[in-house]
Design a protein around this ligand. Structure first.
Ligand code: GDP
Length: 534
């Protein structure tokens, strides 16, 4: 097919993009909301498909048994759906705290986030942590206070808690008419619509009644007198007490629009989606070494924020997830990876429509494509037509747990090294090769990663691993303006020096106290706990 014909066939894609993630504490309702967003957008036809798909996938893949056992989601995936002229790319983030590093990287690829809060629990630990990551990156946040169909805290308490603990202005977009057993529905401020709960059940969305405002006499005819009195009092108070929605403040990450709703009962989900369409930002410029790259830049560029193995158990390939940052990516294009200094041909890029995967003929800025490869692509890699772009901002975190690995069968140490290197490139673990001795050290941020490591090594490489304590607790990347100082450190403390998987120098230390002593003794050396990949 000629290029013009190909574009004519594929360029009917929606013009706008919203690339976002959902952040929440486990059990707040992220999975349910994801499902209802897809359902509301017509991308799936049966609520329950997202979970069912997850279960099928888990059943097929050995190492994902860990997820099943522990009831947590270790892997991230992408779901794309269309509403009107907007294409939504929803990036799923693992909920468990041990995987915050993975989540952090995923959040580098989004333009906005939905923060889901359980109306009974308010802000929880993991929500707060993820929020801080979004704040670091100035990612605008839309808030969904979920489960208003159950008894929860008062809406005022919830709003005040968000405002105080997160130092964020809150602007309610709707107001729940009662909660729990007294839940009657939701009043939408922007459109003056009352979304009624179905009377027979009290939970299923029923009629939508158009009002002229909260003083509309129709309200008195529609709801019981005490509910109306309550809504008028609270609703008006809330409008007066909290700031009006301000788009600039939202885009700066200073204000969050808040939707009350129930993912399970489908209340407020459509409003949330409309809110995302209206205020969430389209793809913006991405930071790169020689200045940000705008989505309007004609030539294609993107960065890899995640690498995943075993998505399809029939193939041992890996999928690298790339966020397209500029240009129109067409299948078959050649893109240069500056780390490798060579171009690779993007023959089979994949898009993730709702629950299916398809070959991507065309992808635009903000889109996520999966690139199958045999290990050539790593987290943090840039691919571009220009060849001279290097995106920045994807961090590596120093591990908090360092272990020696021992192998049941010492004859297989070569395979073990291969497996460890593969998984380190994927970003699952970090490896350190000490300057003295031949035993590699494995570093992870959370203990659960060690379980993932041993399960995958067994399933994919047929190796049974054990872990032993190492003498070290702290690892820091070391660098200096004066190269000779670094060499001197290496020569003086050879037994504490190692290289990471990319050959960067790392100092291993027994504890924080020793770390402090090193910092004192070596003022010209930088000891970094975060390394930015580029
Ligand atoms: P996740 O861990 O954040 O993905 O949470 P899930 O979506 O799995 O939801 C956790 C539990 O909360 C499940 O039992 C859901 O059925 C329930 N749940 C989710 N949304 C609502 C809601 O709006 N109302 C009620 N009553 N329960 C909900």
């Amino acid at each position: 097919m000629s290029e013009a014909a190909l574009l004519a066939r594929t360029d009917h894609q929606p013009a706008e993009r919203r690339t976002f993630a959902i952040i929440s504490h486990p059990d707040a309702g992220k999975t349910t909301l994801t499902e209802k967003l897809l359902y509301s957008a017509g991308a799936i036809h049966e609520a329950g498909e997202v979970r069912a798909r997850g279960d099928r996938r888990r059943a097929r893949s050995d190492w994902m048994a860990i997820e099943q056992q522990r009831g947590i989601s270790v892997t991230s995936s992408v779901m794309t759906f269309e509403v009107g002229n907007i294409l939504f790319n929803l990036l799923d983030t693992p909920g468990h705290q041990d995987f915050s590093e993975d989540t952090y990287r995923t959040l580098t690829a989004v333009d906005s986030a939905i923060m889901v809060i359980d109306a009974a629990k308010g802000i929880e630990a993991q929500t707060r942590k993820l929020f801080e990551v979004c704040r670091l990156r100035n990612i605008p946040i839309v808030t969904f206070i979920n489960k208003v169909d159950r008894e929860g805290q008062s809406p005022f308490n919830l709003l005040d808690e968000i405002a105080e603990t997160l130092q964020l202005d809150v602007s309610p977009r709707n107001w729940p008419v009662g909660m729990g057993g007294l839940f009657h529905g939701i009043y939408d401020y922007a459109e003056n619509k009352l979304l009624l709960a179905d009377k027979s059940d009290g939970t299923v969305p029923g009629r939508v009644v158009q009002m002229t405002g909260m003083d509309d006499p129709l309200l008195d005819e529609t709801l019981p007198a005490d509910a109306v009195a309550h809504l008028r009092e609270e609703g008006e108070l809330a409008r007066a007490a909290y700031p009006d929605f301000d788009l600039d403040a939202f885009l700066n990450g200073d204000l969050t629009p808040v939707f009350f709703g129930s993912a399970l009962r489908e209340f407020g989900v459509r409003q949330l989606l409309d809110g995302l369409s209206t205020f969430a930002p389209p793809p913006g410029p991405q930071p790169a070494r020689n200045g940000p790259v705008a989505p309007s830049e004609a030539r294609v560029s993107g960065f890899i924020f995640k690498v995943q193995a075993n998505m399809d158990p029939n193939h041992r390939d890996r999928i690298a997830f790339m966020r397209v940052c500029s240009g129109a990516l067409k299948r078959g294009m050649k893109l240069t990876n500056p780390r490798l200094g060579k171009a690779i041909s993007i023959q089979n890029p994949i898009t993730f429509f709702a629950r299916d995967r398809e070959l991507a003929e065309l992808a635009r800025p903000g889109d996520i494509v999966g690139i199958p490869n045999h290990g050539t692509l790593r987290v943090g890699d840039t691919l571009s037509e220009r060849g001279d772009i290097a995106f920045t901002g994807l961090p590596d975190f120093a591990p908090e747990i360092l272990r020696r690995v021992h192998l049941g069968d010492p004859m297989k140490s070569k395979q073990m090294r291969k497996g460890l290197s593969d998984l380190a490139e994927e970003g699952v673990i970090r490896i350190f090769k000490p300057a003295l001795g031949s035993n590699w050290i494995v570093g992870v941020v959370g203990a659960l990663q060690l379980d993932v490591l041993s399960t995958r090594m067994e399933a994919e490489y047929g190796l049974k691993l054990g872990f032993e304590p190492s003498p070290w607790e702290v690892a820091r990347w070391v660098s200096a303006d004066d190269d000779s100082e670094l060499k001197r450190l290496l020569a003086t403390h050879r037994s504490s020096m190692a290289e990471d998987g990319d050959g960067e120098p790392v100092l291993l230390m027994r504890n924080e106290w020793e770390m402090g002593r090193f910092a004192q003794d070596w003022p010209s050396i930088r000891f970094a706990s975060i390394r930015e990949r580029s």
